[in-house]
Design a protein around this ligand. Structure first.
Ligand SMILES: *Cc1c(COP(=O)(O)O)cnc(C)c1O
Length: 379
């Protein structure tokens, strides 16, 4: 049986990237590594659609969120957190851990925060130092209108921080055009790498805020120190350099296709996945859904935990469950990164087979046909 990793992190890694990871470990303080790091950060700027500094961090994606927040916002300041799911909650929890006052704008899970809600929060809290949001809210599958958020925040002194961990490289994200001040991502989603690297892009407005604070707000995640070392294409501490070397390979693959082509392909994947599940009579959980993953409600009487276990054990299809209170109620199919149309068709086909086995009324092939039609119309 073939195993298919279809979770929203980690995601499958291309063969040529895996081969890079099989090579011997070199020393890291060398001209070769500095050249490699500079090249990778340059390529990442293309992915970010930005001319900003991109800081590499040896951590999972959350490290980038923490670095972005603690470096740019001083203790005691207000931060507006736009919360549409678990990852929005994470911003609030980081605020709590570092003595920042979180002003929360929360919507029911499955929905997105509207630009007007942000506008109101900023009017009510003109002293907010930052606005924290999520491009792709991976826990529910919704996408936020970051372009609209950026327009609003740019007119205020606040910084816009975006968790783009599962969104960057899967859906449109234009850091410079959209005025994103600190944009965070991690290696194990659309960048097609194992976990272990995180990145944050830093705008001129963000550097101004960061440079204003003299007291160090972080040690390992000190962005000023990282910027200083980057002048020499180096990192303050031992980088996960074998991952950086592998990232070069995945990035070349990404750049060869081109960001706009990837966004279009991702849109087609998402459209096919949605069409397939809807044709089976299932309901989507997210409104509006994003193009990085498709989140589906488990039909009445079907526990998604059972469905997912069967999918994995019987068909090698690893999809993700809901988290916390959504566990057992939804399932999440990721289609970001190193995924092709047949992975999506396999997932829909597997869901049909398992639902039928579980006694849910499905007409085999109905979802599959609906998804195929989307692909056929686009060929
Ligand atoms: C995966 C993910 C993260 C990062 O989680 P880590 O486990 O720290 O890598 C953060 N935000 C979103 C939206 C994610 O999907």
């Amino acid at each position: 049986m073939k195993f298919r990793l279809l979770t929203p992190g980690p995601t499958p890694v291309p063969e040529e990237t895996l081969l890079e990871l099989a090579k011997p470990v070199p020393f890291h303080r060398t001209p070769e590594f500095r050249q490699l790091l500079a090249e990778v950060l340059d390529d990442l700027r293309t992915v970010y659609c930005s001319k900003n500094t991109v800081i590499p961090l040896t951590s999972s994606g959350t490290g980038a969120l923490e670095a972005a927040l603690v470096n740019s916002v001083p203790t005691g300041k207000k931060v507006i957190c736009l919360i549409a799911g678990r990852f929005g909650e994470r911003w609030k929890n980081i605020c709590k851990a570092f003595g920042l006052e979180a002003i929360t704008v929360t919507v029911p899970y499955g929905q997105a925060v509207q630009p007007d809600q942000l506008k109101r929060a900023l009017t009510d809290h003109p002293d907010a130092a930052a606005v924290c949001s999520t491009l792709s809210e991976t826990s529910t599958g919704i996408g936020h209108d970051i372009a609209a958020f950026g327009k609003i925040v740019a007119q205020s002194p606040a910084l816009l921080l975006v968790d783009a961990v599962s969104g960057l490289g899967a859906m449109e994200c234009r850091v410079d055009d959209w005025n994103i001040d600190l944009c965070c991502t991690g290696s194990q989603k659309a960048l097609m790498l194992p976990p272990g690297l995180a990145f944050v892009s830093v705008s001129a407005k963000a550097w101004q805020a960061i440079d204003k604070h003299d007291a160090p707000r972080a040690f390992y995640f000190d962005l000023k120190k990282a910027r200083k070392n980057l002048e020499n294409s180096d990192t303050p501490y031992t980088p996960a350099h074998t991952l950086v070397r592998a990232l070069r390979v995945s990035l070349k693959k990404i750049l060869a296709e081109g960001m706009e082509n990837i966004w279009m392909r991702q849109a087609r994947y998402a459209q096919a996945a949605r069409a397939g599940f809807l044709a089976l009579g299932l309901e989507l959980f997210a409104n509006p859904p994003n193009n990085a993953l498709t989140v589906v409600k488990s039909p009445p009487g079907i526990d998604s935990t059972v469905l997912l276990t069967k999918l994995e054990k019987q068909y090698g299809l690893k999809l993700a469950n809901g988290q916390d209170e959504l566990k057992g109620k939804i399932f999440r199919l990721a289609h970001m990164g190193y995924i092709d149309m047949f992975d999506i068709l396999a997932a829909i086909s597997g869901v049909e087979l398992v639902l039928k086995e579980m006694g849910h009324p499905v007409e085999l092939g109905k979802g599959l046909a609906a998804a195929q039609k989307v692909f056929a119309a686009n060929e």
